[in-house]
Design a protein around this ligand. Structure first.
Ligand SMILES: [Zn+2]
Length: 68
């Protein structure tokens, strides 16, 4: 599974910001849309605490927008 390295939230496989394109494809094929949204909400929550006190404003878009 293509996961994120914490606390940087870069992909462990390719080093791009997670979820990279292959990670998104993998997640989409592993889960239905509801499961995926819940999973990504949880990851977003973790990322916000890892990247605090200044989490990037685009995190919501990065983690959730592509799931819809
Ligand atoms: Zn990757």
């Amino acid at each position: 599974m293509l996961t994120a390295a914490r606390p940087s939230w870069d992909c462990v496989a390719c080093g791009q910001t997670w979820p990279c394109d292959p990670a998104r494809e993998e997640l989409r094929s592993d889960m239905d849309l509801v499961e995926l949204a819940i999973y990504m909400w949880d990851r977003l929550d973790e990322a916000v605490s890892d990247l605090s006190p200044n989490p990037p404003a685009e995190l919501f878009e990065r983690f959730l927008k592509w799931t819809r």
